[in-house]
Design a protein around this ligand. Structure first.
Ligand SMILES: *Cc1c(COP(=O)(O)O)cnc(C)c1O
Length: 353
């Protein structure tokens, strides 16, 4: 049923990837006169970084218990999202009325899927989540057509914060013969096990994770995609050769030895989330706090726009989601430090009438 060569865009079937100077010789010691670098500078940034990110990938593969052939690294998960669409979705041919391929999205969800599809001129079919932010399976299956190449599922979902039901996701993985991308950017904060464990079962599965949230490394820009060797090979073939810079590779390699500290931070953030959730319940204009498996809370209130503006005057910046489908009058609040959360609560209390 699933046939990767049929899914890949035809012109990519026999394309050659860029062969970098450093592909010819893998030794570390030598006189390197192959890449037109500045050889006389004494700064330590004059050499191109490892295009295959071997050290970082080996560490990540170890932590995630997969082989390095199952790991793709991107300049943020956002790069992986773009490359996935570029690999498998054929855009409209503007010289005729040809319909493009489709991706299927389930709003409200992370905005980059739509942005990347739009940049690549790929059509979108949207099937809203249900009112409790779960997958609407009947409508999803009704809306899949022959040109639907990819489905993006975000779990825990941004901006709602909840996990999507595992059995629903499994059903899509089983019945849909295109690529299923599960974005687990917030997986570290949830009790559910990662879909990485299902990679051998589902050849159409791609999992996205990132170092930007729980690991606290958003500035370094490192996103991860986990998939079959065949899919990873395609992503590696079309990526820019030096997409992960050397500083990032070095600092990430150091940080990945600190998994314990990461888990400790996750515990603290969840602890603070539970406190904030309890205290928000006492604010009289707040009407709903949605259950969260992430490091943020989606909060519904009377007149979210007014509260958002008042918070801004206090220099407290939250994410206004009130114009997003199913998020009418909702603000998305990242869990801050204890001190930050207390200041937020004081401000909200002062807005009560
Ligand atoms: C924050 C976030 C990302 C992160 O993207 P990076 O480019 O890796 O920083 C990806 N997906 C979702 C749903 C997010 O909320």
């Amino acid at each position: 049923m699933f046939d990767i060569t049929k899914l890949l865009r035809p012109h990519l079937q026999q394309i050659n990837s860029y062969s970098s100077a450093r592909d010819e010789y893998t030794g570390k010691v030598g006189i390197f006169l192959d890449a037109n670098e500045n050889t006389i500078t004494t700064n330590s940034f004059n050499r191109y970084p490892d295009p295959h990110q071997h050290v970082v990938k080996t560490l990540i593969a170890g932590i995630k218990e997969v082989t390095i052939d199952n790991v793709f690294l991107g300049n943020g998960s956002d790069e992986a999202i773009d490359l996935l669409i570029r690999a498998f979705c054929e855009p409209k041919n503007n010289h005729s009325d040809n319909q493009s391929d489709y991706i299927l999205l389930m709003p409200p969800t992370y905005g980059m899927y739509e942005v990347s599809a739009n940049i690549n001129n790929i059509a979108i079919i949207s099937v809203n989540l249900t009112s409790d932010f779960q997958l609407d399976l009947d409508n999803i299956f009704k809306n899949i057509n022959a040109n639907t190449k990819m489905i993006f599922i975000c779990s825990p979902n941004n901006p709602s914060g909840n996990l999507l039901k595992r059995e629903d996701i499994n059903l899509i993985l089983e019945k849909f013969s295109g690529i299923v991308v599960i974005d687990e950017a917030y997986a570290d904060f949830s009790s559910e096990t990662s879909f990485i464990n299902e990679l051998e079962k589902y050849p159409n599965l791609v999992i996205l994770q990132t170092l930007s949230k729980a690991w606290g490394l958003a500035n370094l820009r490192l996103g991860m995609a986990f998939a079959s060797k065949e899919i990873i090979r395609i992503l590696n073939k079309i990526k820019p050769p030096y997409n992960i810079n050397g500083i990032t590779q070095q600092l990430v390699a150091e940080s990945l030895t600190q998994e314990k500290q990461k888990n400790e931070m996750v515990k603290q953030i969840i602890f603070q989330r539970n406190i904030l959730e309890e205290k928000l319940k006492n604010i009289n204009f707040i009407t709903n706090i949605y259950p969260s498996d992430a490091n943020f809370l989606l909060v519904k209130m009377d007149n979210a726009q007014e509260i958002f503006d008042k918070l801004l005057l206090e220099k407290i910046i939250v994410r206004n989601r009130t114009k997003v489908i199913l998020c009418d009058n909702c603000l998305r609040i990242t869990i801050g430090t204890q001190e930050e959360n207390e200041k937020l609560l004081l401000a909200l209390q002062s807005f009560q009438r």
